[in-house]
Design a protein around this ligand. Structure first.
Ligand code: PEP
Length: 249
């Protein structure tokens, strides 16, 4: 059985005060034991969050990493440093990184391999733009993004990757695909992986991301190929995020 994962991507948001709010809320409202929960704050909050929320069962992650271990790369952070701070998960290939920072599939691959080499668990984000969906290109785009990264990995590395399907047009927009539309793409990703390795496909954890919130989480999470969520905006609201965690439990 696949353990559900709810991961909150704070993007360039959040504060020490919000970490405290989460810590207080978790004291009175523990997380369901059947769900894995992670929060991915901006780098400067990782250690503070780790100290404040680990006891409440929250795992900590980061939103990106540099593919190198160290060196003259002003402003960058390596996987080795994230690991040292106690991070367990790291996003790679988020659509905002692909679009705003021009990360290619090759860049995403390099980051994902660097994460694996440091013992971090990568969450690979994939998803189509609205133009690509309207042109009937969703499957081709998503499977290209998955294939370019997963295919060159060593067979023993592939089960360590979680894939988040995030239609770009649903991120931060308040629009979501219907649960059936999301399910269709996610079943396609699982089938595609099954073409290489049936055991990998059945164990592969697939998250849905894009305007998931306390109202729509339950029906999205009820789909057979949706094993959790990557949550942006709603992860900044303590009650909403915790109710999504409980919907997954
Ligand atoms: C995200 O940034 O990964 C995301 C899913 O954002 P939102 O939930 O705000 O759409």
């Amino acid at each position: 059985m696949r353990t559900p994962l709810i991961a909150g991507n704070w993007k360039m948001n959040g504060s020490s005060r919000l970490i405290e709010e989460f810590a207080r809320a978790l004291e009175g409202f523990p997380l369901p034991p059947t769900v894995e929960v992670a929060l991915l704050p901006p780098f400067p909050y990782i250690l503070e969050m780790q100290r404040a929320l680990q006891a409440g069962g929250v795992k900590i992650g980061a939103q990106t990493l540099n593919p190198l271990r160290s060196g003259a790369h002003t402003g960058e952070v390596s996987g080795r440093m994230l690991k040292e701070l106690g991070a367990e998960y790291v996003l790679v290939g988020h659509s905002e990184r692909r679009r705003l920072y021009r990360e290619s599939d090759e860049d995403v691959y390099d980051r994902l391999v660097a994460a694996l080499n440091e013992g971090l668990k990568p969450i690979l984000c994939v998803g189509e733009t609205l133009e690509e969906r309207d042109a009937g290109d969703t499957e081709r785009v998503v499977l290209r993004q998955v294939g370019k990264v997963m295919a060159p990995l060593e067979p023993e590395q592939r089960p360590l990757v979680t894939i988040a399907y995030e239609p770009v047009w649903a991120i931060g927009s308040g629009r979501t695909p219907s649960p059936e539309q999301a399910q269709e793409v996610m079943a396609t990703i699982r089938r595609y992986q099954g073409g290489f390795d049936a055991k990998l496909a059945s164990g592969l954890r697939l998250l849905y991301g894009g305007s998931m919130n306390a109202q729509n989480a339950q029906e999205l999470l009820a789909q057979p190929d949706i094993d959790g969520g990557l949550i942006g905006g709603a992860s900044l609201k303590v009650d909403d995020f915790l109710s999504i965690c409980h919907a997954a439990g």
